[in-house]
Design a protein around this ligand. Structure first.
Ligand SMILES: Nc1ncnc2c1ncn2[C@@H]1O[C@H](COP(=O)(O)OP(=O)(O)O)[C@@H](O)[C@H]1O
Ligand SMILES: [Mg+2]
Length: 299
């Protein structure tokens, strides 16, 4: 698959022919009609939870291609929200350049009120939780696990609430997800999320990428059918590690954001917006990482 990264970067869309519903950290979301949305993957990049002022050329297109790849590959496990309507067909002619290769027209569904997080490795908030309690989100684990070690016995489903904007999502025990969704739906979401993660991670490792953990979102249509929505298994929704640099006992470098984080750490910056502008060499190296992730996975 060839995805050009030579066009100018898109920091923010300005599509005036459709109502803007939401600007996320990375995606801009427009209403198409009553039952469809336009999701545009911009080139915005966030680090330490702050949107950086400098976009990464090509990032949105690479992530669009990667999500497409996973949606299709995992479709046999659960249907997804893609409609395959060309995004160019729902905007005006002069707006087409903003959507080509970086947008999806999706079914407008009712998002479930949880984030379906799956963890294959003990890292991040999971590692903090484990050190303190011997458990991750209330699930007991054997003693003596190392930071970034693989979770013995297979991946864990560790849902979180969807926090209002600005607030941080909160991990919840499975019993809480059962209360929010009802028991049959909670079990269905858990089983599907685990199957999606396991199949994707087993595939990615054959291409030299460890998917340490990931976040899925699900939505329902009017008659209660379940769909995978949002994005699928991108470096923005997941922790990707290069397998060749993996060693349990320390947190491996992030596949895509290592250069950005390393450089930001050298700056006199308090990790609050606004962040400093990124120098061209950091941008170029970061863009190269997204290109590499896509090409490794898709080839
Ligand atoms: N098919 C869909 N129907 C309805 N809402 C969706 C669909 N796909 C994704 N969403 C919603 O779109 C929003 C994406 O916004 P957000 O997460 O803030 O963006 P970002 O990931 O760029 O920060 C989420 O709230 C998600 O639930
Ligand atoms: Mg999001």
């Amino acid at each position: 698959m060839k995805v050009g990264t030579d066009q100018p970067a898109l920091f923010e869309t300005s599509i005036r022919s459709l109502p803007l519903l939401h600007r996320g950290k990375v995606r801009d979301i427009y209403g198409v009609d009553e039952d469809k949305l336009l999701i545009v993957q911009t080139d915005r990049l966030s680090a330490f939870d702050v949107i950086l002022p400098t976009p990464v050329p090509g990032k949105g297109r690479l992530l669009t291609a990667l999500s497409s790849f996973w949606f299709e590959k995992l479709e046999h496990i659960v249907p997804n929200h893609l409609t395959y309507i060309a995004p160019e067909s729902v905007v005006t002619e002069d707006e087409r350049g903003q959507v080509t290769g970086r947008a999806f027209v999706v079914k407008r569904l009712r998002p479930l009120p949880i984030e379906a997080i799956v963890r294959g490795y003990v890292v991040g908030s999971g590692w903090k939780d484990y050190k303190k309690t011997g458990m991750i989100c209330g699930i007991p684990l054997p003693a003596g696990l190392e930071e970034a070690g693989r979770i013995p016995g297979g991946a864990l489903f560790t849902p979180s609430t969807k926090a209002a904007q600005g607030a941080h999502d909160e991990n919840i025990p499975f019993a809480e997800a059962q209360k929010l969704l009802g028991e049959p739906l909670a079990a269905q979401v858990r089983d599907i999320a685990l199957a999606l993660y396991t199949q994707a991670a087993d595939y990615a490792i054959t291409k030299g990428i460890i998917i340490a953990d990931t976040k899925f979102e699900f939505g329902q249509d009017q008659i209660g059918r379940l769909y995978l929505i949002d994005e699928a298994l991108t470096p923005d929704s997941s922790r990707f590690w290069p397998a060749e640099r993996y060693a349990p006992g320390r947190n491996p470098p992030s596949y895509d954001k290592q250069f950005v984080r390393d450089w930001l750490e050298t700056q006199n910056w308090n990790k609050k917006a606004p962040a400093p502008a990124l120098p061209p060499e950091v941008l170029a190296k970061t863009a190269e990482k997204y290109r590499e992730a896509l090409h490794r996975l898709v080839s």
